[in-house]
Design a protein around this ligand. Structure first.
Ligand SMILES: [Zn+2]
Length: 102
């Protein structure tokens, strides 16, 4: 399985130094977030925020793709049913695409 692992690694999304998300054309369909709107409901690719979470993206990447928001439970629960996840120095929500620096 060594070769298979190598091949799949080359087609994984990754982040640049600047925090830009790169999804190679060879990536699995579930990473092609730009196809989300046209995909059938049962085969939706990940959202860009789900990919950032999977890659454990740093704050600078979230700043590029997500919205800054007060994610205290009392405020977050007003517009989103999900719970936030802990990043390195920030929290984020993959459902509403918000983050808050801590
Ligand atoms: Zn949320």
């Amino acid at each position: 399985m060594t070769t298979g692992t190598k091949a799949s690694k080359a087609s994984m999304p990754y982040l640049t130094e600047q925090g830009e998300l790169i999804v190679p054309q060879t990536a699995l369909g579930r990473y092609k977030h730009w196809q989300r709107d046209s995909a059938p409901a049962n085969r939706k690719p990940f959202s860009i925020w789900q990919i950032l979470a999977e890659l454990r993206a740093p704050l600078k990447a979230w700043k590029r793709y997500a919205y800054a928001e007060n994610l205290a439970p009392t405020n977050h629960s007003k517009f989103c049913k999900s719970a936030v996840s802990q990043g390195d120095g920030f929290v984020y929500c993959v459902d509403c695409g918000r983050y808050q620096k801590q």
